[in-house]
Design a protein around this ligand. Structure first.
Ligand code: HCR
Length: 384
């Protein structure tokens, strides 16, 4: 029956949450939802999902030709999807509502060196609260691979599902190991559908398509379908790497949560995402500074984990009030909030150049970006 996975005492709360979805104006993050659907993790932690296969990330620069490197970029990209979109279902039983980060919230992590692949570092900063925008930078210096991007969401309710259009983009920069010149890859982001809302057990299906456009002229397009389209299986994709004139050079298909193949569905294995994921390594909360996500939300997260929603609610209110006061003070003092690790630019030159190479031109042809300040690589936390 409807709401089967909703705890009895929260059924009324869930029903009114679903009603309120119909009035939503694009930003779901600040809406109040019943406790059973809350996650103790802030959205600033999500960029770590880009690198739970750090070997695949590092290996990109080892590709000997432009096409080999594009294939490695595609393999790494597909490998990130199950972490990005199914982790909460695996760990918490369903998709949950993440904590809505505060402006200036920080998240740091590393994936240690192993087999000489080099250390990978992650720096995340919440660069806007309303609408929520998260900026991130991931770098493996030794491998010569780095990723810079930002992410936001526009949500709408269909009556049974939530459609999420991701805003923002990422640019991957690769210095090939064979000495060929530096390459850039523009990564656009897929659309999401949150299904299972009525039953109280939300999960994500990816829809439509996204693209990876290389400065070499090669393009990878990825098409997503749920159950019953390509193969009768959920979480399916098909992809094709094409050259600058649009000629397909290689195709791939399978499930982004499992196995995929080169060529047809019986071709050689392209990727098996069931291989071990490496979660990001983060300093213990006791060693973190005030603005770091797990430290900032420590009591809220504890309350959510232990079912002490009063404690969670109180500390959430305290954090929100403090933020409101900061914004008031800024207005009064005629100052503005300054980002620590990123500089905002109105038009990203990489985006402008690379998106123009795409066959299905992106609109608008310009997009803003948050450019990582390399001189802040060693900075941990802010002092104010
Ligand atoms: C839509 C979503 C917040 C945004 C999350 C994003 C898009 C963030 C960027 C990551 O790279 C990928 C990613 C994965 C998540 O699946 C997606 C979240 C899923 C739910 C959440 C909503 C704001 C909360 C919906 C509340 C429901 C569960 C009732």
């Amino acid at each position: 029956s409807k709401g089967a996975d909703v705890p009895q005492e929260q059924k009324a709360g869930w029903a009114s949450f679903i009603k309120s979805l119909a009035q939503m104006t694009g930003d779901l993050s600040s809406m109040t939802a019943p406790p059973f659907i809350l996650s103790p993790t802030s959205l600033t932690e999500f960029p770590a999902y880009w690198c739970e296969h750090p070997n695949l990330f590092a290996e990109i620069s080892e590709g000997k030709t432009e096409q080999e490197r594009m294939e490695k970029v595609l393999r790494w990209f597909i490998s990130t999807l199950s972490a990005q979109y199914t982790t909460r279902n695996e760990k918490m039983g369903s998709e949950k509502k993440p904590l809505n980060p505060v402006l200036g919230e920080l998240f740091y992590g590393i994936w240690p060196d192993s087999n000489g692949r080099g250390e990978t570092r992650l720096i995340v900063e919440q660069v806007s609260h309303h609408p929520p925008i998260t900026a991130y930078y991931i770098e493996n210096k030794k491998a010569g691979v780095k990723l810079q991007g930002h992410s936001g969401q526009k949500t709408s309710f269909t009556g049974t599902a939530i459609n999420v259009k991701q805003s923002g983009h990422a640019v991957l920069t690769v210095q090939p190991k064979n000495g060929q010149k530096e390459e850039k890859y523009l990564i656009t982001l897929p659309k999401l559908r949150i299904e299972g809302i009525i039953w109280g057990s939300p999960y994500i299906e990816l829809t439509d398509t996204n693209a990876i456009q290389s400065s070499t002229g090669l393009t990878a397009q990825i098409d997503y379908k749920g159950k019953g389209y390509f193969s009768g299986k959920s979480h399916s994709f098909k992809s094709s790497i094409a050259n600058a004139s649009g000629k397909s050079l290689q195709t791939y298909e399978g499930q982004w949560t499992g196995k995929s193949h080169i060529g047809g569905s019986k071709g050689p294995i392209f990727l098996d995402t069931n291989t071990a994921k490496e979660e990001v390594t983060v300093k213990d909360v006791t060693e973190q500074t005030e603005w770091e996500s797990r430290k900032l939300w420590v009591n809220v997260a504890k309350g959510i984990r232990t079912g002490n929603y009063d404690e969670a609610g109180k500390d959430k209110t305290r954090i929100e009030n403090e933020q409101r006061q900061r914004r008031k003070d800024e207005t009064a003092n005629n100052t503005t909030w300054e980002h620590l690790h990123f500089t905002h630019v109105d038009s990203d030159s990489d985006y402008q150049f690379l998106s123009a190479l795409l066959h299905d031109k992106l609109t608008p042809p310009h997009e803003d970006a948050y450019v990582f300040k390399p001189e802040t690589m060693e900075v941990v936390g802010r002092s104010n």
